[in-house]
Design a protein around this ligand. Structure first.
Ligand SMILES: [Zn+2]
Length: 369
């Protein structure tokens, strides 16, 4: 018996669903019986014809006939059913013996190309940095992107109301006014909370790199994005000195940018390190001359130096928060550093707009494949 659209006895969700399922299985069965091109045409007409196709009848009987209070639910069901039927009918093809009559195989046609994916330039840069430190014996740690105020600020020596918090425009999760301030959730503004989380779990010595996504309330422009990536490093042991910090980072920069780069530390301030420094490397684009031919070198602003990261000796106040796990500031010392991966990727690949990394335009990303 060919399928005919039944009249519905009632318009409950269960009845509608049963009717829709019957209709779908009828359509599926008919689509499998199509053996010739003519059969395919009449199958399509039977279901989709504008005047008296089955889809049209469903519209008339199930939707227009529905009482006012059931119209909404019936509309949703009928629309979903129509989408499935349309998909089935459009995807139907001649099958069985009939298919062989109509088909022939042209082995000279090119095959279906299945393009391989590739690492995103930011991910690739991040992996390169991680692998330099992995060779030095650092392990990789990760942590949550939605973080509490305690881990993002307080345990890193940013006390409540400290002005240094203003330097990190923070995106807070809404509706938490009733919670105590240190438990309020935010999108982490740096990967540093993972330092505390790891020190809570692991006794010293530790050597860690922490790659990850961070957020700040920066309006997007060519060099800012509300979402970006950092890599943070932490080494804690007995007798770690600023000399170890300099030696480690000098080696890492040479491994990343070539053995001819020189490094240079300038004093800076971060709440969680003391003393703190910014690390500069000789510009790997102009070789430190500040010029490209007769043109000025833009990436280093003609200075010949590029700032790549912030670093310093872990502030003893930070160790106080994890003192019970073996981090007695009188006994252990350590250094930490953090860098922006996206910025390094921009410099490395000569890209002049950070937004390009996150717009997902395959024409742009393909260049790095
Ligand atoms: Zn330069």
């Amino acid at each position: 018996m060919p399928y005919t659209v039944p009249k519905l006895t009632d318009y409950s969700a269960a009845t509608l669903e049963r009717a829709a399922n019957e209709c779908l299985s009828a359509c599926t069965a008919e689509s499998r019986e199509v053996r010739t091109d003519a059969g395919l045409k009449s199958f399509r007409d039977r279901w989709m014809a504008r005047k008296n196709g089955i889809l049209n009848q469903i519209n008339d009987r199930w939707l227009k006939g529905a009482p006012q209070e059931a119209k909404r639910e019936a509309g949703i069901q009928v629309n979903a059913l129509k989408a499935r039927i349309t998909e089935l009918v459009e995807g139907a093809h001649v099958s069985g013996a009939g298919a062989l009559d109509n088909e022939c195989l042209d082995i000279s046609l090119p095959g279906t190309r299945r393009p391989l994916g590739a690492e995103h330039p930011v991910v690739r840069t991040s992996n390169e940095i991680v692998s330099v430190f992995a060779k030095l014996g650092y392990s990789v740690a990760e942590g949550p992107v939605v973080e509490s105020d305690y881990y993002n600020f307080e345990a890193l020596n940013f006390p409540p109301n400290h002005p240094a918090r203003d330097t990190q425009d923070t995106l807070f999760i809404a509706g938490q006014q009733s919670k105590p301030p240190r438990e309020r959730l935010l999108l982490r503004t740096h990967t540093s909370p993972v330092q505390i989380r790891t020190m809570e779990k692991m006794a010293p010595p530790v050597r860690l790199v922490i790659p990850g996504r961070v957020h700040r309330n920066d309006p997007p422009d060519a060099s800012h994005s509300p979402m970006f990536h950092q890599i943070e490093g932490l080494a804690v042991d007995t007798n770690i000195t600023f000399g170890d910090l300099k030696g480690t980072l000098d080696h890492a920069m040479k491994a990343l940018f070539g053995s001819s780069v020189r490094t240079h530390f300038r004093p800076s301030f971060f709440p969680f390190t003391e003393p703190s420094a910014e690390l500069y490397v000789t510009c790997f684009i102009c070789g430190g001359s500040g010029k490209r031919g007769s043109d000025p070198c833009r990436p280093c602003k003609q200075t010949g130096w590029i700032e790549v990261l912030g670093c310093g000796m872990v502030d003893p106040n930070v160790f106080e928060f994890v003192k019970d796990n073996g981090y007695d500031p009188k006994r252990v010392s350590g250094f930490a550093f953090g860098m922006g991966v996206d910025r390094l990727a921009l410099l490395k690949y000569g890209v002049d707009d950070i937004q390009l990394f996150f717009q997902g335009d395959v024409r742009f990303l393909q260049q790095f494949g």
